[in-house]
Design a protein around this ligand. Structure first.
Ligand code: UD1
Length: 341
């Protein structure tokens, strides 16, 4: 029997790539997304790239519990992969009520309705942001947690809620996936990251400069304690990340476990610029400016727990990541706004 998976936030960057991987493995997928930071066009692309399984799409606000209940009444959902949520650090500092309300209430509604419908398998989209300012590099899952902004705290609070649920009832099987820096795009060039407004994250900004939508990149700090003075991160290809969700789903066991999803390799902002210039053939002008508030010098995963327990490894390198990001950006300079209806 085909299994049906509820993917919340399935029109978004990571959710849509994961939905494609699920469909290609013959799962049926129910996508719930309010489209507040994503495009319905992504759903059509997911269906066409996914090939095999069925996709049902519901435009739904998960903070309304009655609508969440309807999803479970309507579909034979056996597991939930939960991406839906707000994710802009700066905005979360400005609008904490909006962040806590959206991220926490939607998750509580989901977990309550899962329990009501006897669905116990849950994969959660967490973030390396739960490590705050790391004391140890690479960062193992056992490192102390402590987020530094409301967005990060919602991730951490949801992780703790999951731990409490699993401790209270041994039917829960939960995986908390702590992503490092997801970049890249689907190899078809039809699915990729499409931020609204000015991108907060590095790679979408770099690609918008390369494609001519923006003049120049600002590099936040040139005096970090790193090999070239710019910030170092563990970038991971979104298709590797999506495969990590499949691996987590298929190895779920009783309880609640956290896993780092990263490569274990660090790249600096200047490494990203030079690799992006090389794969795109475009020059990427930049200025080195002040550090961004809240940034850290280096973030790097120790992915060995996921490698061993999930039997998963991220193997696409930086060149492959940026080649795919560039293919998406150059085929769709304005993101999904370019695709025909
Ligand atoms: C950021 C968030 C993190 C969140 C993640 C989600 C902050 C402080 N952290 O991670 O909580 O989980 O996004 O995707 O916002 N950079 C520039 N110029 C730019 C943009 C970025 O130099 O225009 C640099 C940053 O200083 C950093 C690196 O590029 O060194 C990566 O930045 P970014 O893509 O924003 O990711 P994180 O800060 O790691």
């Amino acid at each position: 029997m085909t299994k049906t998976i509820l993917v919340t936030g399935g029109a978004g960057f990571i959710g849509s790539h994961t939905a494609v991987e699920l469909l290609q493995r013959d799962y049926d997928v129910v996508i719930a997304d309010d489209l507040s930071n994503s495009s319905a066009k992504a759903i059509d692309v997911v269906s066409s790239l996914g090939g095999g399984g069925n996709v049902a799409f519901h435009k739904v606000d998960l903070t309304d519990e009655s609508l969440v209940a309807e999803l479970f009444d309507e579909h034979p959902i056996e597991a939930v992969v939960h991406f839906a949520g707000l994710k802009a650090v700066g905005e979360s500092v400005e609008k904490p009520i909006h962040y806590y309300r959206t991220n926490l209430i939607s998750t509580m509604n989901l977990l309550s309705q899962m329990a009501n419908h006897q669905v116990w398998d849950f994969v959660f989209s967490s973030s390396a942001t739960v490590y705050g300012t790391p004391e140890q590099l690479p960062i193992p899952e056992t490192a102390p947690t402590g987020a530094t902004n409301p967005y990060g705290r919602t991730k951490l609070m949801i992780e703790e809620i999951c731990q409490d649920l699993a401790a209270a009832d041994d039917r829960w099987r939960m995986s908390l996936l702590r992503y490092f820096n997801p970049v890249g795009a689907h190899a078809s060039g039809q699915l990729g990251e499409d931020p609204r407004g000015i991108p907060n994250n590095l790679v979408p900004f770099v690609m918008q400069v390369a494609v001519g939508r923006r003049d120049k990149l600002q590099v936040f700090g040139g005096d970090w304690d790193t090999h070239d003075g710019s910030g170092v991160r563990d970038y991971i290809h979104v298709v590797d990340l999506a495969a990590g969700h499949l691996a987590a789903l298929e190895t779920l066991s009783e309880g609640c476990e956290a896993y780092n999803l990263g490569t274990g390799n660090g790249s600096s902002v200047l490494d990203i610029i030079s690799t992006a210039e090389q794969v795109s053939g475009k020059s990427i002008p930049y200025d080195i400016v002040e550090r961004r508030s809240g940034d850290i010098a280096t973030s790097l995963a120790d992915p060995s727990k996921a490698n061993q327990e999930l039997g998963w490894r991220a193997d696409r390198n930086l060149e492959a990541m940026l080649t795919d990001s560039w293919r998406w950006q150059s085929m769709n300079p304005m993101g999904f706004a370019d695709s025909s209806d």
